[in-house]
Design a protein around this ligand. Sequence first.
Ligand code: C5P
Length: 224
Amino acid sequence: MHNRLMVALDVENRAQALAVRDKLGDAAGWLKVGLRLFVAEGPQLVRELATTHRIFLDLKFHDIPNTVAQAIESAGALGVDMVNIHAAGGEAMLEAAATAAGRFPSMQLIAVTVLTSDPMPAEQARQVALQRARLAQQYGLQGVVCSVHEVAAIKASCGHDFVTVTPGIRWGGQDVQDQKRVADPAAAINAGSDYLVVGRPILKASDPHAAATEAVAMMQRAAG
Ligand code: C5P
């Protein structure tokens, strides 16, 4: 199960990132590098983190098709295991991105459907997420980022093998912060989520290793 837990390294710099990585050890199989850390430290840190963990490069590309395709090629050359784009970027962008990602078979290309912080009503979010997931699948993407509440509908429509990556994970009365559609690790597994993205509940914990281990234990119990 630890290979289905992605820890969001939403920290300032290399030293903090390596400190979290070292505290986690193998409690989580994946590290997610987002905008803040990548802008601060760049590809060298990604290479360093990739020596011990699988890497989800969460830069949510959204630009003209050619620019996005080039960025995907750079991500592939860097050797990350997963990269993402905004499904809202349109069909030509999805197609160009999927073509570029096709040259790197071990890298999964995922689309962001609706941000979990988006204030749109839950039912509307579900419909938009589903529509964008179908579009992403049509263009050959491997899966989507979505909230736990949209996983069942997406799996029902796109099939079990279509990957779902779910942020907005909270448990035990944790502060939801800016997330709007949250769920706990057990609910995420029960819904069929493939990968759980957890940031602040682990980063801000007094013991990040214990917090990650607790999340994995909840995932394991849910899986039976
Ligand atoms: O701290 P927290 O657990 O809320 O972190 C969630 C992580 O998932 C952040 O890195 C955020 O950028 C990312 N994310 C998200 N919603 C999406 C896509 C990514 O929260 N739809």
